[in-house]
Design a binder for this molecule. Structure first.
Ligand code: CP
Ligand code: NVA
Length: 308
């Protein structure tokens, strides 16, 4: 995978996805090799972040390298300077670019002009690094991905899109309950269905949360209003009113079901305090696994040395 970009989870083959997860687990268990000694990544962020920024910076340091965080206020990606120039300048200094953008197109423009790997650290369309960490978390808690039934309650957003495809690639069943107008896009649904057909997994799209959670191993939710959608917050709160993950909804899933959320969470909107703080919640394991999953990814793309 050396030299490649990760702009979408669909950039990975099922075998590559499985390899990254294996390597991430190995690094978590055995420690991190100095696979990126002397290398630096640039972190271009158009939107705020806690987990992604810190886990990439710490991950690079643990791999023997370094990271430089560059906010939009400093760089003015596409404003102070064309995206293609930023990509070419950074390629003269760093070994990789980690970018959090609004438009997916901005990532494609960066990748087209950069000589180094570009990693999607969340865009309006996808959050592939979150999906890697989430699958790692599922493996740790459930021992497998194949045949796992994950009920995603809420918006068919960036997090849902990457997770649907990743789980389908790994042979899992992704069932999403969302209100009319907030489902996965047809493109994402087609990609996930295509992967599921090959792996023996499944993609189901329903409207009632109760239909999704029945027999689920995992109940997953994310915010109703993603970064950049603040103007439609009021309409979204109305549309998603019946989509809160409550203890009553959790009770319809398997008795040993876990609750997942990529964070940040809005308690009282997509999830109750009781559920996110409850015994079934693994949200901080997910947050930790961002670090392990991304170290495996960085090593694979930037050194070619993929295991400890
Ligand atoms: N889950 C996630 O990507 O968190 P941040 O937005 O804080 O990076
Ligand atoms: N869907 C959320 C995820 C945040 C990590 C957003 O895009 O804001």
């Amino acid at each position: 995978m050396r030299g490649r970009d990760l702009l979408s989870i669909t950039d990975l083959s099922p075998d590559e996805l499985a390899m990254l997860l294996r390597n991430a687990l190995a690094m978590k268990r055995d420690g991190t090799p100095p696979a990126l000694a002397g290398k630096t990544v640039a972190m271009l962020f158009e939107k705020p972040s806690l987990r992604t920024r810190v886990s990439f910076e710490v991950g690079m340091k643990q791999l023997g390298g370094d990271a430089i965080y560059l906010s939009q206020a400093e760089v003015g990606l596409g404003q102070r300077e064309p995206v293609k120039d930023v990509a070419r300048v950074l390629s003269r200094y760093v070994a990789g670019i980690v970018a959090r953008t609004y438009a997916q197109q901005t990532l494609h423009e960066l990748a087209a002009s950069a000589d180094v790997p570009v990693i999607n650290a969340l865009s309006d369309d996808e959050h592939p690094c979150q999906a890697l960490a989430d699958l790692l978390t599922v493996i740790e808690h459930k021992g497998r991905l194949d045949g796992i039934r994950l009920a995603y309650i809420g918006d068919g957003n960036n997090v849902a899109a990457s997770l649907a495809v990743a789980l389908a690639m790994a042979g899992g069943q992704f069932v999403i309950a969302s209100p009319d107008g907030y489902a996965l896009t047809p493109d994402v649904a087609a990609a996930a269905k295509g992967c599921a057909t090959k792996s023996g997994g499944a993609l189901e799209m329903v409207t009632a949360p109760e239909d999704a959670v029945r027999n689920a191993d995992i109940v997953y939710t994310d915010v109703w209003t993603s970064m950049g959608q603040e103007g439609s917050h009021r309409a979204r709160v109305e549309a998603f009113e019946a989509y809160q993950v409550t203890a009553e909804l959790m009770a319809l899933a398997k008795p040993d079901a876990i609750f997942m959320h990529d964070l940040p969470a809005h308690r009282g909107e997509e999830v109750t305090e009781e559920v996110i703080e409850g015994a079934q919640s693994v949200v901080f394991d997910q947050a930790e696994n961002r670090l392990h999953a991304q170290k495996a990814l960085l090593a694979a793309l930037m050194s070619g040395e993929t295991s400890p």
